[in-house]
Design a protein around this ligand. Structure first.
Ligand code: BTN
Length: 234
C-alpha cells in the first residue's frame, strides 16, 4: 500500500496514533497524520514520548489485509526506510531490535506499531517519531540524539517526512527476503550477548518472523520479543 498521498497536518494533537485510532473508519488507507507537537505522545510499553516542537511526529494507517505474522515485515520495512532516509542526510544509523533506530547508542527514532481487530486485524497504525532539530534532551541527553545533533545544522522537518515516504513506497516493490537482508545488515544486536533465564547466550540472528535466535554450548533457542529484555545486552 502506497502511503502519504494525503497528509493531515496539525499544530498540536494528543497523539497522532490516537487520532488515527479514533477516526480509523472515516480515514482513508495510507493517510499520514502529522503534528508539530503532541501533548500525550506515546512510546512502546506505555512510555511517554516527549514531543516538543522541532521534531517529526507522524502516523499512517493501513487497513485490513495485514495478518499478524506480517507485522514484523511491516516493522522491518519501516526500520529500513528510516535507515535509508537518514543515509540521504549522510547519517549512518543502526537498528536496535526490534525497532529503535540508533546512532552510536543514542536513539534518533522510535516506532510504535499498533494493530486493532478481534480475530483478524482490522487496521494497523504505524507511529514514527524522528528527532530532527531538538538539541536539549534533558534527562535523556545520554540516550537521545537528533539529526541536527549529528550534522550541526537545522533540517527541514517536511523534507525528512518526504524522504521517509519516498523510501517506504519504494520498498513496497522489494520482496521481503531482500528487505530482511537489509534489516539484518543494519541490525545492532547480532553477535552481542544476553542473559536468558539466568544463563548467558550469544545472539546469533533474527528469524524472518521476528524471533531472536540465541545460542549457547548446549542449544539454540528461538525466543519472541516479549520473553526478553533487550536492555541487558553485553
Ligand atoms: C518508542 O520508541 O517507544 C516508540 C515511539 C513512537 C513515537 C511516535 S511519535 C508519532 C506517534 N504518535 C505517538 O503517540 N507515538 C508515535
Amino acid at each position: 500500500m502506497i502511503i502519504g498521498k494525503k497528509i493531515l497536518r496539525f499544530n498540536s494533537i494528543e497523539s497522532t496514533n490516537d487520532y488515527i485510532k479514533k477516526n480509523s473508519t472515516s480515514l482513508e488507507e495510507g493517510i499520514i497524520v502529522l503534528s508539530k507537537i503532541q501533548t500525550s505522545g506515546r512510546g512502546r510499553s506505555n512510555h511517554e514520548w516527549m514531543s516538543e516542537e522541532g521534531n517529526l511526529y507522524f502516523s499512517f494507517l493501513l487497513k485490513g489485509y495485514i495478518s499478524r505474522s506480517k507485522i514484523f515485515e511491516l516493522l522491518s520495512k519501516v526500520s529500513v526506510a528510516v535507515i535509508k532516509l537518514l543515509k540521504d542526510f549522510n547519517i549512518n544509523s543502526k537498528i536496535k531490535y526490534p525497532n529503535d533506530i540508533l546512532i552510536e547508542d543514542k536513539k534518533i527514532c522510535g516506532i510504535l506499531i499498533e494493530s486493532y481487530g478481534a480475530l483478524e486485524i482490522d487496521y494497523v497504525v504505524v507511529g514514527i517519531g524522528i528527532n530532527v532539530n531538538q538539541m536539549n534532551f534533558k534527562e535523556l541527553s545520554e540516550k537521545a540524539i537528533s539529526i541536527k545533533g549529528v550534522l550541526g545544522f537545522e533540517v527541514d522537518i517536511e523534507q525528512v517526512l518526504k524522504k521517509f515516504i519516498e523510501h517506504y513506497n519504494l520498498l513496497e516493490d522489494i520482496p521481503f527476503a531482500n528487505l530482511f537482508n537489509d534489516y539484518l545488515e543494519y541490525s545492532l544486536i547480532i553477535g552481542k550477548r544476553i542473559d536468558f533465564n539466568g544463563k548467558p547466550y550469544l545472539i546469533k540472528g533474527i528469524s524472518d518472523s521476528g524471533k531472536l535466535i540465541i545460542e549457547n554450548d548446549n542449544q539454540t533457542k528461538y525466543i519472541s520479543l516479549n520473553e526478553i529484555s533487550i536492555k541487558d545486552l553485553y
